[in-house]
Design a protein around this ligand. Structure first.
Ligand code: NAD
Ligand code: AOT
Length: 312
């Protein structure tokens, strides 16, 4: 039985924790939202799946400061801006053999995690699963997804493959990636176009796609992502990237979806992950002498909207 802590158990962390416990692992959900932790411990995690009666799943939850036992595996699932704080808090749970997995959206997370543990124990990737947090102790799940994962240190390939097995055994459809940095950049570019524009323009993905300006906007953002990705050895071809994003406008794909940045900023007046998407490209571009005016402006506009909407 693998001992797994989910560090950040909002929508996605709860989904992964629920699926991993269901296949016989020992899972604890860690989260800083006290009402959420209390609701899970009192009533179980409520899991809503379309067409099924809600499940009440008994699964232990705790504040990150309340657990001190060394874990076999820790899966990080905070929002990007909460990652450093979570890594600091969970230090007592990390032993010399603890494997730490990061599937957050956004750029720069491996470098952040490397400040807290050796590269040999760090595994990064992306996931196409989704989830919603409907209230304290309650998640809503729909659709299917997958995970791509790779080791950061070259000699940790076997450990990465064992993690892929662990996730796949739980139905999470994990795959070992041989170029996860490319996948991370490609997903960040999807989020850096669709999430930021839909949040700023208050629309869903299909509505953005119906505007005559969409192609111009996407082309300008993607060109800068591509130029900065190249400085990290990632070949993000602008034409291929646009060909990857455009089909998502279709309601059969992701058209009906309001991206998570729209949900965070416009619907719930919460801080966004902009500094790890367009903000990362703007910052690294400036540091490396690459012009990134479009991503700089988008980052400033999202921060301005945060200042207008988020109560201090
Ligand atoms: P989330 O917003 O559900 O949870 C993140 C944290 O915010 C949790 O600690 C949660 O408890 C806290 N939180 C949420 N609502 C709160 C409230 N009302 N009061 C107090 N605290 C609250 O985050 P998520 O959607 O699970 O995302 C985690 C990471 O996974 C992010 O990097 C995200 O971009 C990425 N991701 C999300 C999805 C998705 O469908 N949700 C899909 C792929 C990747
Ligand atoms: C998305 N959306 O990742 C994913 O909402 O953060 C998000 C997100 C895949 C395709 C289109 C949109």
């Amino acid at each position: 039985m693998t001992k797994i802590a989910i560090a950040g158990s909002g929508a996605m962390g709860s989904r992964f924790g629920y699926m991993l416990q269901a296949t016989g692992n020992s899972v604890v959900l860690l989260d800083n939202w006290a009402a959420h932790v209390q609701a899970i411990n009192t009533n179980g995690l409520t899991v809503n799946i379309a067409g099924q009666a809600p499940l009440q799943v008994q699964i232990p939850a705790a504040l990150p400061t309340d657990i001190k036992e060394i874990q076999d595996v820790i899966i990080l699932f905070t929002k990007s801006m909460q990652l450093t704080n979570m890594l600091q808090t969970i230090q007592p749970l990390i032993g010399p053999k603890t494997k730490v997995v990061c599937l957050l959206n956004g750029l720069g997370h491996p470098e952040t995690i490397e400040r807290y543990l050796p590269k040999t124990n760090i595994f990064v990737g992306i996931t196409l699963w989704t989830a919603g947090l409907t209230g304290p102790g309650e998640i809503t799940l729909s659709g299917s997804g997958s995970v791509e994962l790779q080791n950061v240190a070259p000699d940790s390939q076997n450990a990465a493959k064992a993690l892929v097995e662990l996730l796949s055994a739980a139905g999470l459809k994990a795959h070992y990636s041989t170029d996860v940095l490319f996948s991370i950049w490609r997903k960040a570019c999807v989020n850096g176009t669709l999430n930021s524009l839909c949040a700023l323009l208050d629309c869903n993905i299909a509505q953005l796609g119906q505007t005559s300006q969409a192609t111009t906007l996407l082309t300008a953002i993607v060109a800068e992502f591509s130029a900065v990705a190249a400085t990290e050895g990632v070949d993000l071809q602008p034409a291929e990237m646009l060909a990857h994003i455009m089909p998502l406008f279709n309601p059969e794909e992701a058209g009906d979806h309001y991206p998570s940045m729209h949900q965070d900023l416009i619907q719930h007046h919460r801080p966004t992950e902009i500094d790890y998407l367009n903000g990362y490209v703007a910052r690294k571009g400036t540091e490396r002498g690459i012009a990134t005016p479009v991503n700089q402006l988008i980052t400033e506009l999202v921060h301005t909207k945060e200042a207008l909407l988020i109560e201090k």
